[in-house]
Design a protein around this ligand. Sequence first.
Ligand code: 6PG
Length: 247
Amino acid sequence: MRVLPDAEAASRAAAEEVMWIGRAAVAERGRFTVALSGGSTPRRMLEMLAEPPLRERLDWSRVDVFFADERAVPPDHSDSNFRLAHETLLSKLEIPEAQIHRMEAERSDLLHAAADYEAALRRVLRAPAGGPPPVLDLIHLGLGRDGHTASLFPGADKVLEERSLVAVTRAPDGGLRLTLTPTVLNHAAHVLFLVTEGEKAERLAEVLEGPRDVRRLPAQAVCPVRGTLLWIIDREAARDLRSPPPG
Ligand code: 6PG
C-alpha cells in the first residue's frame, strides 16, 4: 500500500505504476494487456497517462486495452466507462482499433455480450476455453462507497463464485452492468487499486482491516493467486486506517 498526500499525487503515482508495469510487459513479451475501471476517480490518472512525460514512456502501439466493467449504456453516454477512457486517454494515443476491447454493454442481450467479451479475452490472451483463466498484465480497480469493485456489488454473492470470466450484474441503482469476475481479477499479474477522497475512508478501513466478508465487501474478493496487489490511496481515504504505511 502507498499513501500519497492528496488525490492528485495518488493519481500520478498510479499513472506511473501503470507506465512501469506496461514498460516491463512490453520489454518482456512485446505487449501490455491492461483492464481499466471507470467512475470518477480514474480521470486524472488517465489524463496523466496521455500527457508528457508518461505518454512517451510507454509504446502504446503495443497495448491491448480491456475494461474491468461497463454500464449498460451506449459508448457515448456520460455514464460509459469506455467514454471516460476514450475522452481522457484512448482518443489521444495511437492504439490500433483492434487493440481496444470495448465491453458492448449497450446490447439488448447482455448474456451474449458477456460471452463475446469472454471469447475476446481468451483469444487475445491466448487462453483457450476449458483451460486456465487468461492472465492480464494489469487490472486497475476502484472502490465504491459500498465496498464494491468493478461491478461486483454487495449481496451479489453468486457472481463471486462464477467460473465465467465476464458476468452480468445489477447495480444498486438498478442499472445493468457487465463485469470481469474474481476469476479474472485474481489471475492478473498485477492488480492496482486507486482510491481517493474521505468518503471512501470508512469502507476502505473495513475492506483492508475488517473481518473478511466478501458478500458485504466484494473488494475483499480481490486476492491475486500469484500476482501483486497494490493499493494507492490518498491521505483522506487512509484516514480511518489503524496503521497506514508511509507514502
Ligand atoms: C464503475 C467502476 C467502479 C468504480 C467505483 C468507484 O463502473 O463505476 O468501475 O467499480 O471503480 O464505483 O467509483 P468512483 O471512482 O466514481 O468513486
